[in-house]
Design a protein around this ligand. Structure first.
Ligand SMILES: NC(=O)c1ccc[n+]([C@@H]2O[C@H](COP(=O)([O-])OP(=O)(O)OC[C@H]3O[C@@H](n4cnc5c(N)ncnc54)[C@H](OP(=O)(O)O)[C@@H]3O)[C@@H](O)[C@H]2O)c1
Length: 275
């Protein structure tokens, strides 16, 4: 099929062709990059977002990048029970579930109200749990499947200035590890990925806005961010969405069966411990 490049990761055949993947929050950013990476491996893609027009645009962009790819779309706000149900009704069986949707922002601890803590939990954790509760038993019954939670370095670095977000990303590590325990003796795996800063469209806009407000260049704002918030980063720049996605694509592969219950680091070396 033109445009598809099975084995595009270093010539390795990832054996993903013919599988189906649902990626929540995939009209842009990391989700879209994961969708594109999986489509290149011959995976049928289910894109998800809240708006059908944006989904159609994302589908067109994906098909331009990977001509001949199989792409379906489901408009559903996964942060509501009804939205989650709509997504499950539309796509009840997938081989690969990427739990990617999340909100994030800076927050001053003393000013975060109960409702805001609950909003973070519902959006970043409960939305994934609803989908996993449906899909994990089906994967276990088939004996194969991949579930990946997109977490963040904030899950383990204790980011005091974005605690509601960090709390949800820690929770996902616990959920992923617990679900992996249920896969014993099967070829199903459940992992989480610890992303560091990623240069998504949203992140680039955020930096450009801050640069304009501060009368500095985007490069200066980015350097200041790393100096203040990620001083131990070895990469010293945001990863590209494609760099982060390549880790997720590999974990989706049958070849990654021995990586299970892991919090896989793709955070640019920020976390300084070995284990
Ligand atoms: N970017 C980073 O630097 C970074 C760092 C560490 C971890 N992460 C994690 O990576 C994941 C993706 O982040 P990102 O930066 O790529 O996000 P993003 O650029 O903000 O993309 C968000 C995507 O999610 C969709 N979306 C948002 N709310 C939704 C909802 N309620 N239901 C369905 N779709 C929804 C959006 O689609 P519509 O707007 O079309 O609905 C869009 O496709 C998150 O879990 C985030 O915490 C990101």
């Amino acid at each position: 099929m033109p445009g598809r490049r099975p084995g595009s990761l270093g010539g390795m055949d990832l054996q993903l062709s013919g599988q189906t993947a649902l990626i929540t929050g995939s009209t842009a950013g990391i989700g879209f990059a994961v969708a594109t990476g999986l489509a290149r491996e011959g995976v049928t893609i289910v894109l998800n977002g809240r708006d059908q027009t944006r989904l159609t645009g994302a589908r067109d962009r994906l098909l331009a990048a990977v001509p001949g790819a199989e792409v379906r779309t489901v408009a559903a706000d996964v942060t509501t029970a009804a939205g989650g149900r709509r997504l499950l009704d539309a796509e009840p069986d997938v081989d690969i579930l990427i739990n990617n949707v999340a909100i994030s922002d800076f927050a001053t601890f003393a000013e975060v109200a109960d409702e805001e803590w609950l909003r973070y939990f519902e959006t970043n954790v409960l939305s994934s749990i609803r989908l996993s509760r449906h899909h994990l038993p089906r994967m276990l019954a088939r004996g194969t499947g991949r579930m990946i939670f997109v977490s963040a370095d904030s899950a383990v670095t204790g980011d005091a200035d974005m605690l509601p977000y960090a709390m949800t990303k820690s929770a996902l590590l616990t959920v992923a590890r617990g679900l992996a325990e249920l896969t014993r003796g099967t070829a199903v795996t459940v992992n989480s990925v610890l992303a560091g800063p990623v240069a998504t469209e949203g992140a680039i806009d955020f930096i450009a806005k801050a640069a304009a407000e501060q009368g500095r260049s985007a490069a200066e704002v980015e350097a200041a961010y790393f100096a203040e918030y990620r001083p131990t980063s070895l990469l010293r720049r945001p990863a590209t969405p494609e760099e982060l996605a390549s880790q997720v694509v590999y974990l989706s592969s049958p070849l990654a069966v021995s990586t299970n219950g892991a919090a896989v680091r793709a955070e640019g070396g920020t976390i300084r411990t070995i284990g």
